[in-house]
Design a binder for this molecule. Structure first.
Ligand code: ATP
Ligand code: MG
Length: 275
């Protein structure tokens, strides 16, 4: 879906300070990839290369084989890779939910019947159908973020890139947005790249990339990555709470199995021991 080869980027070309400093990686079609890393390590800069908001200073980024530097294909790239950002209020433009979801399509001159069909479909997929007649300002943060997701989905992208899309939400909103993202990935086959500071969210991905100082320094399934708790702490990152609890119990002599990464698995292992 997306391939970066030797990608390097700096914001100031007078200085030898690289926000992304040699990234080679590929996101496969249908995959759910989480990107972790401490503040300022280059996650957002990398994500902005995935739909040509930023262009490489060195190396290449291709979207379904199209180099992001190919200006004549910019529309195709932006249609294939949709971005969702942190603050829902900055992404909402209309005064009624369904008008907001339709906004980009209207600007592209999509015929009205087609707009109707697509916004109905995307509002259902994002779980905001029942709010379609409301004013976005009356919705919770999580609901607003799902309106933003619906607006992006209405473009029928192949890939959704979310840059800390749950960071400003309460736990309920966060879970609703995450379940929407999982649904879009599993049931609609949309490729997902999710930047997050929440380890519990990364635990749900197929693959986790960990960045530090503009590079990918750790990569694998959530199980593989979260097994390296000491390395993660060195990178100023946590492990999911379930991993922390499992490790603490194991250190105290409780025979907890290895490889636990989520609450369900942790609860099951504890239940088996208590029984
Ligand atoms: N618009 C900009 N102009 C100049 N420098 C920038 C700009 N945006 C980011 N940087 C710098 O580039 C580096 C990488 O920033 P980036 O925003 O990609 O990191 P991040 O991993 O997304 O961080 P965070 O977790 O805080 O969102 C940082 O040193 C940052 O200060
Ligand atoms: Mg960022």
């Amino acid at each position: 879906m997306i391939r970066a080869e030797g990608l390097r980027f700096r914001y100031d070309d007078q200085q030898d300070v690289w926000a992304v400093n040699g990234v080679t990686n590929a996101v496969k079609k249908g995959e759910f990839v989480a990107v972790l890393g401490a503040n300022g390590c280059g996650k957002s800069t990398l994500a902005k290369h995935f739909n040509a908001i930023l262009l490489p200073e060195a190396g290449t980024v291709t979207v379904e084989g199209i180099p992001t530097t190919d200006e004549s294909r910019l529309y195709d790239i932006r249609q294939k890779v949709g971005m969702v950002f942190q603050n829902p209020d900055n992404q909402i433009v209309a005064t009624v939910v369904e008008e907001d979801v339709a906004f980009a399509l209207e600007n592209l001159g999509v015929p009205p019947e087609e707009i109707r069909r697509r916004i109905d479909e995307s509002m259902r997929m994002a779980g905001i159908w029942k709010h379609r007649d409301k004013g976005p300002h009356k919705l919770s943060g999580g609901q607003k973020q799902r309106v933003a997701i619906a607006g992006v989905i209405a473009m029928r992208p192949d890939c959704l890139v979310l840059d800390e899309a749950t960071a400003m939400l309460d736990p309920v909103g966060r879970e609703k947005v995450m379940s929407t993202i999982r649904h879009l990935n599993r049931d609609a086959g949309i490729t997902v790249v999710a930047i997050t500071h929440y380890m519990e969210e990364a635990a749900q991905a197929d693959r986790v990339l960990v960045m530090s100082e503009g590079r990918i320094v750790l990569e694998g399934t959530p199980r593989e990555v979260f097994a390296q708790a000491d390395r993660l702490r060195e990178l100023h990152l946590d492990v999911p709470q379930a991993v922390e609890l499992r490790d603490a119990l194991a250190a105290a002599g409780v025979p907890m199995p290895e490889g636990i990464i989520d609450e369900g698995e942790c609860a099951k292992a504890l239940y088996a021991l208590l029984k």
